[in-house]
Write a protein of this length. Structure first.
Length: 217
């Protein structure tokens, strides 16, 4: 069996054990593709609980739409998303994304979804403050594009279980999943969500291996 087949087998073993333990995760939480995109930007350097508070503020003010947020000043937006932390920086990043959405897709996530993955990803990476993880979260969770999201949990779990070198780059980790697994959007979605769960519960910086569903691997 070649290396790629071994990696595919290993990745599917990890997935099967996590899915059996946790069940479906129904990610990403959000009532619309636009809300998912906003959440992906706000979740940088914070936890999801804080993001939920910021999104709740936007909903309470009836401003959670591309047009409404685009019409706010950066300081007005920063005030509303304050619970997410780094709110001044994130307000600028959100405004940059809103400008991109407006100029390129008339403010419509539906129009953006029609775009080709090969052009959408570099375009998103060209938006101020949007790096690979945020871009790929928007592409996968808001636009249903076949791309695997790599985060700290992914690297920690995969390196500790000998699937990938801990020093490998974002692109190298992503290529591992893209080569070993078919371009299966629901699988990419569920797998990443499950890695986040096991990373939060067990595969912490100081791991809790005893009851981890992956201990037997």
């Amino acid at each position: 069996m070649g290396k790629s087949n071994n990696q595919k087998k290993r990745l599917l073993e990890v997935y099967d054990k996590l899915y059996a333990y946790y069940g479906p995760q129904d990610w990403w939480p959000g009532d619309s593709p636009f809300e998912v995109a906003v959440g992906a930007i706000l979740t940088q350097n914070t936890n999801w609980t804080n993001v939920e508070k910021a999104i709740a503020n936007l909903k309470a003010a009836r401003l959670l739409s591309a047009r409404a947020l685009h019409g706010l000043t950066t300081s007005q937006l920063a005030s509303l998303i304050r619970p997410s932390g780094y709110f001044n920086i994130k307000a600028k990043r959100l405004k940059a994304f809103l400008a991109f959405l407006s100029e390129s897709f008339h403010g419509s996530m539906k129009e953006m979804k029609k775009g080709d993955f090969s052009s959408l990803r570099p375009a998103l990476l060209g938006v101020n403050g949007i790096g690979p993880e945020t871009a790929d979260s928007i592409l996968l969770y808001a636009l249903d594009k076949p791309v695997f999201v790599v985060d700290a949990y992914t690297k920690r779990v995969m390196s500790r279980h000998g699937v990938m070198d801990p020093g490998a780059s974002y692109d190298e980790y992503q290529l591992l999943f893209h080569r070993a697994l078919d371009n299966d959007v629901p699988l990419f979605n569920e797998y990443h969500a499950l890695l986040v769960m096991v990373g939060k519960d067990f595969c912490k910086p100081k791991p809790l291996c005893e009851n981890c569903p992956l201990t037997s691997l």
